[in-house]
Design a protein around this ligand. Structure first.
Ligand SMILES: [Zn+2]
Length: 217
């Protein structure tokens, strides 16, 4: 006989995401750890969509506007993140260049691409891709713990260039856009409920289902 798994919605249960205790639907606050309990993160999809789109928008000026403005006797020079990467590659500091490229360009784009894909899985109900989506979610959730590192690396890049050139360097407008993009991506990942990818038709409106559950219970 083939084993069949059922979701918490089908079983009328909800899991505390903080301490992993399983509760009946009537519970609002976890009696073990005191955290609020929801069957699904409330408004997960609209909030994740909004934050993801906002992060994508902020990533455009973050990459196109100057990240640093170099002021020297020779005049004023502005450079984007990519200019910084190229600067280090050309000056024999490939290691630093690769670190900056990974933290400031590759990782933010990767995280947003994954979030976008996960949202599409939920939106179109691609349940066959849910397991793959979960793996991707775990990766970005794991990387997300070091989100502040992206900002730190950019700050470090400005510092290194300043040290090497002995010129006055100020952060450009891209720095704020980049910081906002990183923060939005971080909040979007936190708000996304990966369980939604495994839900069937009935759970398209998990909050409604939750209240129905309370009436029964
Ligand atoms: Zn708990």
């Amino acid at each position: 006989m083939k084993m069949r798994w059922i979701t918490d919605i089908e079983a009328d249960r909800q899991l505390c995401l903080h301490c992993r205790k399983l509760h009946p639907l009537t519970v609002r606050v976890c009696d073990r750890c005191g955290e609020p309990v929801h069957q699904r993160i409330p408004h997960s999809i609209p909030v994740t969509w909004s934050l993801t789109v906002a992060a994508i928008i902020f990533l455009v000026p973050a990459n196109l506007l100057p990240m640093m403005i170099v002021k020297s006797i020779a005049g004023e020079d502005a450079g984007t993140i990519m200019d910084g990467v190229i600067y280090f590659l050309e000056h024999g500091e490939a290691g630093i260049g690769i670190v900056i490229f990974t933290a400031s360009i590759f990782v933010p784009f990767f995280k947003l691409t994954v979030l976008f894909y996960l949202l599409l899985i939920v939106h179109f109900g691609w349940r066959r891709r849910a397991l793959f989506g979960l793996k991707l979610y775990r990766i970005i959730h794991f990387i997300g713990k070091w989100s502040m590192l992206d900002i730190f690396v950019v700050a470090l890049m400005v510092g290194i260039v300043q040290f090497k050139n002995l010129a006055t360097i100020v952060t450009g407008p891209a720095a704020i856009a980049f910081m906002l993009a990183v923060l939005m991506t971080m909040f979007a990942t936190e708000h996304f409920d990966p369980r939604l990818m495994f839900d069937k038709e009935i759970s398209k409106k998990p909050e409604t289902k939750q209240h129905e559950g309370i009436d029964h219970g």
